[in-house]
Design a protein around this ligand. Structure first.
Ligand SMILES: Cc1cc2nc3c(=O)[nH]c(=O)nc-3n(C[C@H](O)[C@H](O)[C@H](O)COP(=O)(O)OP(=O)(O)OC[C@H]3O[C@@H](n4cnc5c(N)ncnc54)[C@H](O)[C@@H]3O)c2cc1C
Length: 425
C-alpha cells in the first residue's frame, strides 16, 4: 500500500510549487507530469489510498485506453469532444501505452473492441505503477487530506486540509465527478472551484443503468441479449439508437447499449420525464424476413402451441414475457394464429416496447455528465480562464465519453496537459 512520503526534491530546480488536489488517474498523471517538468509537487487525496475508483475500473481489470486511432476517439466523447483536441494529441493512447508498458513495465494487452488492459487483469498494477512513478519523481503525497478551502494568496494559493495549510503557486483540481461517491468523488469538491469564481453545469449521472416503468425486467434479471437494437424516444423524437449487448437488471436495463443510450437519456430522465423505448430483438432480420421465418415455422409445426415456438426465437424467459406483453395466449395452436396475431408478434419482436422512468443514479453511474464548463478552461493548457494559476483535469471537466477506455484516456490526457502546463513550459 502507498505510504505518504515527504517529497524528495527532484534534481531539476523547481520552477514552482504545484498543489494537485485529487489522487485519481487525472491527479496522479498531473502530478507526474508537473514533477517531470521540474515542479515541486504535493498531491492531496482525501482517502486513505490513491486511485480508489481506478481500482474498480473495468471490473477490477482497468480498461485504461483503447487501441483505436486517436482521431476516432472524438466520436466516442459524448460531451465537448473538440475541447479535448490538444489534450488527446499531446498525450494520446500510444503515449499512455508507452508510459505504462515501457516506462512502468506493466505489460498490456488488447481485447475485443480495442480495449486495452494490463496483462495481469489487475487494476492494482496500474495504481502501483503510478505510485512508484510519483515516488521516483519525489512527489509529496498527503493521504487522509480532504481539501476544504482554497484561497488566493499573493502570487498563488493557500489550501486548507484537516491537517495543514499549504501554499503553492499553481493548483491542479482533479477531484472527479459525482459517480460512485463511495470512492471519494462525491461532487463536494465542485464547491472549491465555485468559491474561486467558476460555475458548474448541471450534473447528471451517465453511463448508468436505466430504470423501467415495467416490472418484468425483475423476472429477467441477469439475462444478456446479444445483437439487439435499443432505441430511445422523447415523444416522437429519437434520442439515440444503439446496437449490441443488453442486460436485464432487477429494475430495468443495463449492459453496453443501455449505458450508451443513457448518455443521451439521463438528463431528461433525471428531470422527471419518461421516455419510450423500443427493443429490436431480431436486428439481423428485416420485418419481411422475420415474417417468412415465422411462416416457415408455422408450416412445419402447425399443431404446436405458440409458447413452444417462442424458445426457437428468443431465450425462454423472454419469450414468456413477450407473449404476456403482446397479449397473445401461449396455448394458441400455430395453425389458428390469425394474421393480426402474427403481426402483433412480429411487431413485438422488432419493436418491443418499454418505458424508461429514471436512472440508477450517481451511485451506479460510471461517469458524470457535466462539470466545469469548457468555455471557462483554456483547452491548450487546461488553465482556468477565470483564475490564472488554477488548472483542471479529469472528470470534473464537462467532458465525458462512452465505455471502451475513453474516459480514462480523458483523465490521462487532461492530467498530463495540466501537469505539464503548470511548469510554464
Ligand atoms: C465502476 C466504474 C468502472 C469504470 N471503468 C472504466 C474503465 O474501465 N475505463 C475507463 O476509461 N473508465 C472507466 N470508468 C471511469 C473512470 O473511472 C473515470 O473516468 C476516472 O476515474 C476519472 O478520473 P479522475 O481522476 O478525474 O477522478 P476520480 O478517479 O474520481 O478521482 C478523484 C479523486 O479526488 C479525490 N477527492 C475528491 N474531493 C477531494 C478533496 N476535497 N480533497 C482531496 N481529494 C479529493 C477523490 O477521493 C478521488 O480519489 C469507470 C468508472 C466506474 C465508476
Amino acid at each position: 500500500m502507498m505510504r505518504e512520503n515527504s517529497g524528495l526534491r527532484s534534481s531539476v530546480k523547481p520552477m514552482n510549487r504545484v498543489l494537485v488536489i485529487g489522487g485519481g488517474p487525472a491527479g496522479m498523471m498531473a502530478a507526474i507530469s508537473a514533477a517531470e517538468a521540474g515542479c515541486e509537487v504535493t498531491l492531496f487525496e482525501k482517502n486513505e489510498k490513491l486511485g480508489k475508483k481506478l481500482y474498480l475500473t473495468g471490473k477490477g481489470r482497468c480498461n485504461l485506453t483503447n487501441e483505436a486511432d486517436i482521431s476516432d476517439f472524438f466520436a466516442e466523447v459524448a460531451r465537448n469532444p473538440k475541447f479535448l483536441y490538444s489534450a488527446f494529441y499531446g498525450f494520446d493512447n500510444r503515449a499512455v501505452q508507452d508510459f505504462f508498458s515501457e516506462k512502468c513495465r506493466v505489460p498490456l494487452k488488447t481485447e475485443r473492441g480495442g480495449r486495452i488492459f494490463p496483462v495481469s487483469d489487475h487494476s492494482s498494477d496500474i495504481i502501483r505503477a503510478l505510485e512508484k512513478e510519483l515516488t521516483r519523481l519525489g512527489v509529496a503525497i498527503r493521504l487522509h487530506s480532504p481539501v476544504s478551502l482554497i484561497e488566493r494568496d499573493a502570487g498563488g494559493f493557500r489550501i486548507v486540509t484537516g491537517k495543514e495549510t499549504v501554499f503553492g503557486e499553481t493548483i491542479v483540481l482533479a477531484t472527479g465527478g459525482c459517480s460512485y461517491p463511495t470512492t471519494g468523488s462525491d461532487g463536494t469538491a465542485f464547491a472549491l472551484a465555485e468559491s474561486l469564481g467558476h460555475t458548474v453545469t448541471r450534473l447528471f449521472p451517465s453511463l448508468v443503468p436505466i430504470v423501467t416503468a415495467e416490472r418484468f425486467p425483475e423476472r429477467l434479471a441477469g439475462l444478456t441479449l446479444k445483437n439487439v437494437t435499443l432505441s430511445v424516444y422523447d415523444g416522437k423524437k429519437e434520442l439515440c439508437s444503439e446496437f449490441g449487448e443488453l442486460l436485464f437488471t432487477h429494475t430495468g436495463i443495463s449492459g453496453p447499449i443501455a449505458l450508451k443510450c443513457s448518455c443521451k437519456a439521463a438528463p431528461a430522465l433525471t428531470e422527471g420525464k419518461t421516455l419510450s423505448m423500443r427493443l429490436d430483438l431480431k436486428s439481423a432480420l428485416s420485418e419481411e424476413k422475420l415474417t417468412e421465418r415465422i411462416l416457415r415455422e408455422i408450416e412445419a409445426t402447425p399443431n404446436q402451441e405458440l409458447k413452444s415456438l417462442m424458445p426457437r426465437l428468443l431465450p425462454k424467459s423472454l419469450g414468456e414475457v413477450l407473449l404476456e406483453a403482446a397479449g397473445l395466449p401461449g396455448e394458441t395452436r400455430l395453425h389458428s394464429l390469425t394474421k393480426e396475431m402474427r403481426c402483433t408478434l412480429i411487431r413485438c419482436l422488432k419493436a418491443f416496447p418499454m418505458t424508461a422512468k429514471g436512472t440508477a443514479g450517481f451511485k451506479e453511474a460510471i461517469i458524470t455528465n457535466g462539470g466545469i464548463p469548457v468555455k471557462e478552461i483554456n483547452p491548450a493548457t487546461m488553465e482556468s480562464k477565470v483564475v490564472p494559476g488554477l488548472f483542471f483535469a479529469g472528470e470534473m471537466i464537462d467532458c465525458d465519453a462512452h465505455t471502451g477506455g475513453y474516459n480514462l484516456q480523458i483523465a490521462w490526457s487532461t492530467g498530463h496537459l495540466a501537469g505539464e502546463s503548470c511548469s510554464g513550459k
